[in-house]
Design a protein around this ligand. Structure first.
Ligand code: F6R
Length: 606
């Protein structure tokens, strides 16, 4: 995820900014840049140094020695719109080169805003969504920067945390935010701005937190806050006593927990401007003729494959095309029936998984059309695929995938609607599906509230040697993911079974004290799954159930209630208690949840 730092004071800005960027490196990024206001006599001049690559490269750039000023802004970019490159790096300047802006977040209506700017004679030099911001500020500037920023904010749809500096107001950094974090750090005759506390924790423990759609005017000896209509806002100072390690994780104990909690925002960004109620889904897929496909293969590994299994149902339902899900390592060696009438969808967080790449090559050689769903911009899979659509989950650092999975399921469902619309299937059901998708981020937030219940249950069962997950249909798909998460980070043997299969063999494994976790979100199959759970309870099992149904059964040890949603989207919600369950089991066992043994984040070998 991108990082922002800002400094205004009496010291040279560059060392403070570089140190701030270095302390945000753990978040992952591909480019870095700094803008500083240089002063000579009473004249101010805006200087920018930026490029793709590491902060260390930026530090080694001799041009940086020419940045001498005491006011500056800095950024690490994790590409979302446009490949990592010098042009796409931040800070971005407006056409008059008077306003420098860094930005975190995604401007969803940037295509429309670019058009407005171009119609007004502006030229845009990068592929980014960000470059519209300094130009809109310039377009709205009549000598009052606060008015220009407020007017610009009213034009932006999406999420943003921005910093603006200009020789027109050399004693100020203007900052603003919506749905993307931003704090102002308080110093003595100097002040700081950051997207994340760790960036400036070396200088101060006292912070102001910006609320939604607020603006701050930061000077070296004053900080003022305004709402979007420029009414002044009073704020309390918050004292943050974090140590260096917990501050990197934004106060969370581990990256995995941090990433679990990032899911509402990650899903919101993945939906972005792709989906709105009165328009067709908008994905960057050119002019694919979907009528020519008689089959869809979804190919991926591990968690990404589980996301594919969860999406198969809506693809078949809404697009009416038979869909098969394959493990990439199997697909590549089994002579799959692929030809020009096949659509192959590849899913990968890293975009570098060796088996998925090999399967993609095979599909292309056989004449299939290939679409990839990937999180890391510019990764190998995106370069090889005919088309790529990106999840905007942000960097996932914990080895066990959490937010990438929920974003993959979300995006695959959006893809299902896109294909259905392209095939001319418009129905009330499809419209309702869009409403349900748009409501998902808030519902994910609600599910996170189950954390304490899950934690208590994990404490009771963490010494177990074997654990079973059962469910039917989409609930079975989620059971597989829950079981994988548990194996990966807690080293407990676990299996997922289609609930109806239990009686065909696995039930022999259930004995007094065995833990069975049931996922029951489907109104059609919940009763059936409950019968299978009863069979386990009769044999002495401890039972946890994750459900959005009204279940009345006094024999269940713990029932986790999650919000109702469209059945095709239930995996995005029901997986979260299972992620938390695996996490707390591993914590009880005092294991390193972020770096489980024998596993790597990116599996680039066969
Ligand atoms: C599990 C996990 C792995 C990955 C798999 C594919 O938590 O992270 O199972 O899902 O190795 O990786 P990507 O998505 O990078 O292709």
């Amino acid at each position: 995820m991108c990082g922002i730092v800002g400094y205004i004071g009496n010291k040279k800005a560059v060392p403070v900014l570089i140190n701030g960027l270095l302390s945000l490196e753990y978040r992952g990024y591909d480019s870095a840049g700094i803008a500083v206001l240089n002063q000579s006599n009473n004249e101010y001049d805006l200087k920018v140094v930026k490029d793709k690559g590491r902060v260390k490269n930026l530090e080694a750039n001799p041009e940086l020695d020419t940045l001498l000023g005491t006011t500056g802004i800095a950024h690490t970019r994790w590409a979302t719109h446009g490949m990592p490159s010098k042009e796409n790096s931040h800070p971005h300047l407006d056409n008059s080169k008077k306003f420098a802006v860094v930005h975190n977040g995604i401007i969803e209506n940037y295509v429309e805003l670019r058009k407005i700017l171009q119609d007004n004679g502006y030229t845009l030099y990068s592929e980014t969504d960000t470059e519209v911001i300094p130009n809109l500020i310039h377009m709205n500037y009549n000598g009052n920067i606060l008015e220009a920023v407020s007017k610009t904010m009213k034009l932006l749809k999406g999420s943003y945390a921005i910093e603006v500096i200009s020789p027109l107001f050399p004693d100020k950094i203007i900052v603003a935010k919506k749905d993307s974090p931003l704090v102002v750090g308080i110093g003595k005759n100097e002040n700081y701005v950051a997207s994340d506390i760790p960036a400036v924790l070396a200088h101060t423990n006292n912070f102001y937190f910006l609320d939604e759609q607020e603006i701050a005017v930061v000077e070296k000896d004053s900080i003022k806050f305004y709402d979007i209509n420029l009414k002044e806002v009073k704020k309390d100072i918050k004292n943050i006593e974090w140590d260096a390690e917990s501050s990197e994780k934004n106060g969370f104990e581990d990256y995995m927990l941090k990433e679990i909690y990032e899911q509402p925002q990650a899903i919101r960004e993945t939906i972005g401007s792709r989906l709105s109620l009165d328009e067709k889904v908008n994905l960057e897929l050119g002019n694919i003729d979907f009528t020519k496909f008689d089959k869809i293969y979804i190919v991926a590994c591990g968690t990404a494959m589980h996301a594919g299994i969860a999406a198969k149902y809506s693809l078949e339902k809404f697009c009416k095309i038979p869909t098969e899900v394959d493990m990439a390592s199997e697909f590549r060696y089994r002579n799959p029936l692929v030809n020009e009438h096949t659509l192959c969808i590849f899913i990968s967080q890293s975009g570098e998984t060796a088996d998925t790449i090999a399967a993609l090559r095979l599909a292309k050689e056989a004449g299939a059309t290939t679409i990839s769903v990937v999180n890391v911009i510019g990764s190998s899979i995106t370069r090889l695929s005919d088309y790529t659509i990106y999840t905007h989950a942000g960097p996932e650092i914990a080895v066990a995938s959490t937010k990438a999975y929920t974003c993959q399921v979300t995006l695959l469902n959006i893809l299902a609607i896109y294909i259905a619309e392209a095939l001319g299937y418009n129905s009330e059901e499809l419209n309702k599906f869009k409403v349900d998708l748009l409501e998902l981020p808030d519902k994910v937030k609600d599910v996170l509230e189950t954390m304490e219940q899950v934690k208590d249950f994990a404490e009771k069962v963490y010494t177990q040697k074997d654990l079973y997950f059962i469910g039917r249909g989409l609930d079975y798909a989620v059971s597989m993911e829950g079981s994988l998460k548990l194996k990966e980070i807690s080293y407990i043997h676990s299996e997922a079974y289609a609930a109806g299969e239990l009686k065909h063999g696995p039930i022999a494994l259930i004995e007094k004290g065995t833990t069975v976790i049931g996922v029951a979100t489907s109104p059609i199959t919940t009763e059936k799954t409950l019968s299978n759970l009863e069979e386990s309870i009769t044999r002495g099992a401890n039972v946890l159930v994750v459900t959005n149904q009204n279940i009345k059964n006094g024999k269940i040890d713990l029932m986790i209630h999650i919000p109702g949603t469209n059945p095709y989207l239930s995996p995005v919600l029901s997986v979260i208690p299972l992620q938390l369950f695996a996490y707390y089991i591993a914590k009880n066992k005092k294991l390193d949840v972020d770096k489980p043994r024998n596993l790597a984040k990116s599996v680039t070998v066969e």
